[in-house]
Write a protein that binds this ligand. Structure first.
Ligand code: GCV
Length: 617
């Protein structure tokens, strides 16, 4: 542990006792013997124990002493951003697995398949619908459908939760207000909670996105987030339910977007009821390929908080790119002490395609989320090795190691070819797939546009969040604030997140900023070619040949996209200065003009250029 993380951990342990997770009663033991026996606290934890035993046996690891396991987080929850019409917001694996139109009469066998996959990694909660919530889900007809899904998930230990629209009393029953201090509104929610628990006795609770991106919330009625959350929490309390209240808020205020969640939520610390958990995205903006941790996670010692991770690859190449996310989450947990957090949420990458995730390797991210929610101390390497053996079905050791190595570097490669050195949000408008650092949409909010974030001009590039700029760095504990505020101490991988620096700024390595940026883009692109090479090398060991070809196709698309990102971003940035490309960078294939003419969204899987394979061989 370095000094900074040690300091943060100590600070959090001292300061956040009220937010500590309750010790979970879940446990299981594997007892060595001719047949490894499983003891467990319940039928569900027995399932977890059996899955563990199976994992070890498939990996050839003998059980020589008692293994006892307890989860770190009591709530290990997938958030589905699925809509009642079957679409999935930021979903890249087909339509929703929940077939609302067939329910409650027809219950798809895939619900149980899904539940088995979740239980194998200890996931114990599912929010079934999008946080941009339609009130319909709370209508009686839909609650009956939800209850059927809950019946299927229950034996696997998965409790069902729903995203609640704060204006539901107005939208479903025409109440004149949704003000949380209004008696009729409170009664409406109490009655709704009673109705839900009559149908689903183990209902988990509500997830709420309020006063964010157009969603209604208590602030519409002059009330605070705490007042809104507590009203719902009180309706659920006698039934044992919780409220997960999201802190993903940013108003069109003057403040730097990276500062806004903290500005709005930190003053409310200590005002939330005990069955409210404030759910905070891992970084201060929005699931970018790399962000610093959200300062809010370190600043609410009197409130239960939970990180929200994104498993679906909204900003990491959708289901076309191989990006194993465990290293990102490992990096996150090296800075946020898990014992200060009450629960863990992950935005699901699951849809109704046969393998659930479209990209076969995206299943590894679902798997990794569950494993880390159970034990955030696991390393990415351990998780990758388990997944390659048990899910991909590779038994050859040399091939396993090659695939694991390829997976472990894949997230950093995406950062490199998309947004290295702390750059962020330079995606094309709307779909967040390709690069558009030049993007201008007349009338759009400035903080939805790339130029707001990269700030490239003739003087340099990057967002000044030091004390001379927006001072977002000042929202972190002192030692971290100092570290981030000075470009000489700021970690290089966050440099342009916190600083606007000249193109020829000299880095501690002696290299100038422009050269370093070019080398990152090049390294990311080269990594994608390396993944193609590796995949061809391990073909013999991949048992499912269709899966093999599918991954190969996607890797070709990824290499094409990495080239696209590199040419587009470097081409665009080079219009601001006269510095040459470093000699060891492969020349651009496409001109900036060509790049600016690419129009998205991509509506179908694009055929990769065969030249990519020539480049690899
Ligand atoms: C569900 C980002 C995404 C939205 C998402 C939102 C959120 O803005 O682009 O699709 O909405 O985050 O997390 O609420």
């Amino acid at each position: 542990m370095n000094k900074v993380t040690a300091f943060i951990s100590a600070l959090m342990l001292l300061g956040s006792l009220p937010a500590m997770a309750k010790k979970t009663s879940e446990w299981y033991r594997l007892i060595p013997g001719d047949t490894v026996a499983v003891e467990a606290s319940s039928p569900v934890t027995r399932l977890y124990g059996l899955a563990h035993r199976d994992r070890l046996s498939r990996m050839g690891v003998p059980v020589t002493q008692i293994i006892e396991e307890r989860p770190r987080f009591a709530h290990r929850i997938l958030n589905h951003w699925d809509n009642p019409d079957g679409t999935v917001e930021r979903g890249y694996a087909g339509k929703s697995i929940w077939r609302w139109d067939e329910l409650p009469e027809t219950v798809s066998p895939r619900y149980a398949d899904y539940a088995r996959m979740c239980a194998a990694v200890g996931i114990n909660g599912a929010v079934l619908n999008n946080v941009n919530a339609s009130s319909t889900i709370l209508s009686h007809d839909y609650l009956v459908k939800v209850a059927r899904i809950a019946d299927v998930l229950r034996p696997y230990g998965i409790r069902v939760y729903l995203s609640a629209n704060f204006a539901a009393p107005m939208q479903l029953d025409s109440l004149p207000t949704a003000d949380p201090t209004d008696r009729n509104v409170r009664q409406w929610w109490n009655r709704k909670a009673d109705e839900i628990y009559r149908l689903i006795p183990d209902f988990g609770g509500f997830l709420v996105k309020a006063n964010s991106e157009g969603q209604p919330g208590p602030c519409d009625f002059g009330r605070t987030h705490a007042q809104g959350a507590n009203m719902l929490a009180r309706a659920l309390k006698k039934h044992g339910g919780i409220v997960m209240w999201r802190a993903f808020v940013y108003s069109p205020a003057d403040a730097d977007r990276a500062k806004q969640a903290y500005i709005e939520f930190q003053p409310l610390d200590g005002q939330f009821d005990s069955n409210v958990i404030v759910q905070i995205k891992n970084g201060p903006i929005d699931f970018q390929p790399r962000e610093p941790i959200s300062p809010l996670l370190l600043a609410m010692p009197g409130t239960r908080t939970m990180p929200e991770l994104q498993i679906t690859q909204e900003y990491l190449g959708h289901s076309n790119h191989l990006a194993f996310l465990a290293p990102m989450w490992e990096e996150f947990f090296s800075q946020v002490d898990p014992s200060t957090q009450t629960a863990l949420a992950g935005v699901a990458n699951i849809g109704d395609v046969p393998n659930f995730t479209a990209h076969p390797f995206a299943r590894a991210n679902w798997y990794a989320f569950g494993r880390l929610a159970w034990n955030p101390g696991l390393t990415s390497g351990e998780i990758a090795r388990e997944w390659v053996t048990t899910d991909l079905g590779v038994t050859d050791l040399a091939a396993t190691e090659k695939i694991v190595r390829m997976m472990l570097g894949s997230r950093e490669a995406v950062v490199d070819y998309m947004m290295p050195m702390g750059l962020h949000h330079i995606f094309a408008f709307g779909h967040h797939y390709g690069p558009e650092p030049w993007c201008d949409v007349p009338g759009a909010r400035p903080d939805w546009l790339p130029k707001y974030y990269h700030r490239a001009d003739s003087t340099g590039i990057g967002f000044d969040r030091s004390p001379t700029g927006s001072d977002a760095a000042g929202q972190y504990p002192d030692s971290l604030a100092r570290l981030y505020s000075d470009p000489r101490t700021c970690p290089e991988n966050l440099l342009l997140w916190f600083h606007h620096l000249p193109w020829d700024y000299r880095l501690p390595s002696g290299e100038i900023l422009w050269d370093s940026l070019c080398r990152h883009y090049e390294a990311g692109y080269q990594y994608t070619l390396g993944m193609l090479r590796t995949w061809e090398e391990v073909e013999y060991a991949v048992p499912d040949k269709e899966l093999y070809s599918d991954v190969l196709r996607r890797l070709m698309t990824q290499a094409r996209d990495a080239q696209w990102w590199k040419d587009a971003c470097l081409g665009y940035f080079s219009t601001f200065h006269k510095l040459p490309y470093p000699e060891d960078i492969t020349p651009s294939v496409h001109s900036l003009d060509e790049m600016m003419r690419i129009h998205l969204p991509i509506t179908n899987f694009e055929c990769p250029t065969p030249q990519i394979l020539d480049a690899v061989r």
